[in-house]
Design a protein around this ligand. Structure first.
Ligand SMILES: [Zn+2]
Length: 284
């Protein structure tokens, strides 16, 4: 009887060992977030930027998506944005296959891109990929600093991410507005109605343009970008108040402030839709 118990114990130990080994092999997959065997089981409730209910049941973790060179371009823009915003290492995971029209930024520090979203963005050109990479990285900025966004506008999180995206594009990608604006055309296809988490297409265009203009002759910490962005956005872009009422924010140089002031009427008209999408694309 004693011997029988001993054999049972031995069998249990070897069974446990096999289980542990299998789990470890899942956990050491560089292509996947720790312990997440498939993109379809990712929680989407606490992530920013999901456009569907989650990744499809047949999606899978991939080494590259769309093709190797498009993936390499995405990875470069992702790490450029991480460096630019001072984020350090932000893992990027790739979900391949059907049901992947999605890009998500997670509060536990990583970003997931889906193949269908990347394919669609690349149809709008490389600048569109760079822009979405910066937008997702902006959510990491927000996750890691709870004072950002400082506004309680209903769409503050997304509009600010658009603003950070415009700022990144101006500083790191192009000083040609037409290139920058066409990059943005892709993103606004994901816009919702006014009051939705992503903001309306016109709201998003104005946020993107403001971020771009803030980058025109200024460089800011994440926090001062946040302060200045909402200073102009909440009170003047949304409200369209007269230029003469404007005071310069403390952290802005006079010339930077004047650049924004010179564009406030335009920004307000973008916001209201008075400046159409087409006119937006052809601004200077
Ligand atoms: Zn977003």
């Amino acid at each position: 009887m004693k011997k029988f118990k001993f054999i049972i114990a031995l069998l249990s130990i070897s069974f446990l060992t096999v289980q542990c080994t299998q789990e470890e092999s899942n956990l050491t997959n560089d292509n996947a977030p720790t312990g997440v065997s498939s993109p379809s089981i990712l929680e989407v409730n606490n992530a920013e930027c999901y456009t569907v209910d989650g990744f499809g049941p047949n999606s899978y973790w991939a080494e590259y998506i769309v093709n190797q060179s498009t993936t390499n371009f995405l990875k470069t823009q992702h790490s450029n944005a991480a460096n630019f915003f001072g984020m350090g290492n932000v893992p990027l995971y790739l979900a391949g296959g059907n049901g992947t029209f999605n890009a998500l930024s997670y509060p536990n520090g990583y970003v997931v891109w889906g193949e269908e979203l990347l394919a669609s963005a690349s149809n709008y050109g490389n600048a569109a990929i760079a822009y979405v990479a910066a937008h997702e990285m902006a959510h990491q900025v927000q996750f890691r600093d709870y004072t950002i966004p400082s506004s309680n506008h209903v769409s503050a999180t997304e509009l600010e991410a658009d603003g950070f995206g415009g700022y990144f594009i101006r500083k790191k990608y192009t000083s040609n507005w037409n290139t920058a604006a066409s990059a943005y055309s892709f993103s606004q296809t994901l816009a919702g109605p006014i009051g939705s988490s992503h903001g309306s297409a016109a709201q998003r265009r104005s946020a993107y343009r403001l971020g771009y203009l803030l980058g025109d002759n200024g460089t800011y910490s994440n926090r001062s970008f946040d302060n200045n962005f909402f200073y102009y956005y909440d009170y003047y872009v949304v409200g369209g108040r007269l230029k003469s009422e404007l005071k310069k924010p403390a952290s802005m140089e006079q010339s930077q402030h004047e650049t924004i002031v010179a564009h406030l009427e335009e920004l307000h008209k973008i916001y209201t839709g008075e400046i159409s999408e087409n006119e937006f694309l052809n601004l200077n």
